[in-house]
Structures are given as C-alpha cells and as structure tokens.
Write a protein that binds this ligand. Structure first.
Ligand code: 5GP
Length: 347
C-alpha cells in the first residue's frame, strides 16, 4: 500500500485569476481552434467541445444542431446501420467534420464500426470508449483499429494518469479521453472507490500527451461554462459534455409528465436503467455504476450552446486571451475553499 500525499484538485477547488487584457469586447474572442492530429495526419478546425456518446446526448438530432456551431458530437453506439444510412444521406458535406463514431471493443462493435465507416469516406473521427481504459484488451483493440484505419482520427479512453496516456498515444491514439468517476450521473467513485479529481487528471494527462504531440479530451465533471474554461485552462484540448446538454428537445430521451410539467429521463450508461434498456438485464457479476435523474425539458440545445460559448468568451476576456489556445497559456489557478455566494440559491 502507498499513499500519494500531493493534493489533487477538482474544478470546484480552483478559480482562474483575472489578468490585464487588451480585449475591448467578448466578440473579439475566437473560439475555433486548429489541430493537427499526430497519427492520422489530419488537420481539423472547430470549437473543441464534444457532446458525449451517451444515448441521450450523442444523438443524430443533437449532431445536426451542434455541427452548425462547428462543435463535435460523439454519436452513441446504439444506432443501427440503417439509422446511420438515413442520417448520412441527409447530412451536408461540411457537417461530416463534426461527427464521431463511438464504438466498444467487442468483435461485433468492430464489425459495426467498419460498416459505418464504409458508408462515407468523409467520416473521420472514431471514439473507442470503455469505462476502464487500463485493460490490455483495450490497448490491443486500439492498435488493431489504428492499423486498419491509418487515416482516421482515433480518440480513446477513459484513463486518468500520464503513463496510460503515453501508452495509448504510442499505440496509435490521436486524442486520449480523460476522466474516471467525474460524470454527473456516474457512481463509480462510490461503488468502487476508484477515481481521480478531474482538474488534476487533466493537468497531468495534458502534460503527458503534449510531450508526445498527442491531445486529450477532458470528459465529465463540467457543471457550468466556468468548468469548461477551467478544463481548457488546465490543458484540455477538447472538453466532452454530458449533463449540461441533457434534457433538450434534440436529446431523443424518454419523456415523463408530472404535475403538468414535462421531464426527460437522463441516466448513466452504466446505470441499471441503461443496461436493461440495451441488454435487457444487468449481468449477475455486475453492479450498476450510474444513476437516473429527471430533467425539466430545457427547449432547444441552441440556447444552451449560446450560453456556454458566451461564458467561455467571457473567461477569455478576463485573462486577455483572444483565442482558446491562449486561454491555457494565460491561466493561473488560485486554490479556493468557496466558489460563489449562495445566499439566494434556494430562491
Ligand atoms: P458529465 O458531463 O455528465 O459530467 O459527464 C459525462 C461523462 O460521464 C460521459 O462522457 C462518460 O464518460 C461518463 N459517464 C456516462 N455515464 C456513466 C455511467 O453510468 N458511469 C460512469 N462511471 N460514467 C459515466
């Protein structure tokens, strides 16, 4: 047994210190960033936010809206090939840039991935997603996908430590997905005791990835636009969002009506609810690691996007960053014990 004594931080443990700025207005901030991906040799330009591949977030309808903003959507893995055919046939060429195909690591997942990719050469992002990115089987799967698809951008995770980020990048991953236990509907930390505070995970994993010219996604734990800014400030190249995007009309979730109000069901992908929905049962050897919540319907996701982008632009003006890349360079975190004045929180 060993205890690591250095303190690890989450988003709620820090604030970003304001700095002198030459910016006159938030409109001067450009949130698009250009990337060159190491293994696939692909250039990409867009706003580095990704809708999570959860089945009520990474939907075709969400992707149609987010692509207008040059934001990526990791399409969940539960659509079948005919759904994909319909979606692709109606998708304008330029929108393919903002679509990621999610896959698990089973044989049938691989076959499906291959079939989806064969539908259009314009599909360029693959997201290999497992809850525990520390397994050797996962690394072997990543290597196989890299060998078979040398020209696709591969994202893979989830992990939270530098040595595993390095192993994945050396195995062919362009963008490593970072975060274990930080998600809004995740109970992994309670059920297993496993986890890593998200801000520290991002700082450490970004350092490891950037040393090898790789990139990372901060996945999970953002509750407001300020957390997205903090993740970028900490070194995340991309930020993946679940809960903030939940409950919108484009999410394709089940609706329930209570007391004349409409709610949408939102749940973790490892919740009993999700396992029963997609597999018909929870296997005997498993426990659920996700929860189910009901969210008051929020309207179109467009409004939330405007709100989030406005928030990040404002962060940039406070630290004098004209681009999102500059935000990382100009970030100094201060450790805090309080975030906000809560006097009116219950009103
Ligand atoms: P959020 O933005 O809601 O805080 O986090 C979204 C992320 O939570 C997802 O992208 C995924 O990595 C993670 N996640 C989704 N469902 C579950 C679950 O049931 N269990 C766990 N451990 N993580 C989940």
């Amino acid at each position: 047994m060993r205890i690591e004594e250095s303190i690890k931080l989450g988003f709620k443990d820090v604030l970003i210190r304001p700095k002198r700025s030459m910016l006159k207005s938030r409109s001067e901030v450009n949130l698009c960033r250009s990337f060159f991906f190491k293994h696939s040799n692909i250039f990409w330009k867009g706003i580095p936010i990704i809708a999570s591949n959860m089945d009520t977030i990474g939907t075709f309808n969400v992707a149609k809206v987010l692509s207008d903003f040059k934001i990526l959507t990791a399409i969940h893995k539960y659509y079948d090939i005919s759904d994909w055919k319909n979606f692709i046939s109606s998708l304008p060429k330029e929108k393919f840039n903002y679509i990621m195909i999610s896959t698990g690591t089973a044989k049938k997942d691989y076959m499906k991935l291959k079939n989806i990719l064969s539908l259009s050469p314009l599909l360029k992002f693959i997201c290999i997603d497992v809850a525990n990115g520390y397994s050797e089987h996962f690394v072997q799967f990543v290597k196989k996908v890299r060998m078979d698809f040398p020209n696709k951008v591969i994202c893979a995770g989830n992990v939270v430590t530098g040595e595993m980020v390095e192993e994945l990048i050396l195995s062919g991953v362009d963008i490593v997905k970072v975060g274990i236990g930080s998600g809004s509907v995740c109970t992994t930390r309670i059920k297993t005791g496993i986890g890593y505070p998200q801000l520290s995970a991002v700082i450490e994993c970004a350092d490891a990835a950037h040393g090898l010219k790789g990139h990372i996604i901060s996945d999970g734990g953002c509750t407001e636009s300020g957390d997205i800014s903090k993740a970028i400030g900490a070194g995340a190249d991309f930020v993946m969002i679940g809960g903030i995007f939940a409950g919108h009309v484009e999410c394709e979730g089940s609706m329930v009506q209570e007391n004349n109000q409409k709610f949408m069901v939102f749940y973790g992908m490892s919740s009993k609810y999700a396992m029963c929905l997609h597999k018909g049962k929870v296997d005997d050897y498993k426990t659920e690691e996700g929860k189910v919540v009901k969210i008051l319907i929020k309207g179109s996701i467009k409004n939330t996007i405007h709100d989030i982008l406005g928030g990040i632009r404002s962060t940039c003006t406070y630290v004098g960053a004209t681009t999102i890349k500059e935000l990382t360079k100009r970030t100094t975190f201060v450790r805090v014990f309080e975030q906000e004045n809560k006097i009116f929180n219950n009103h």
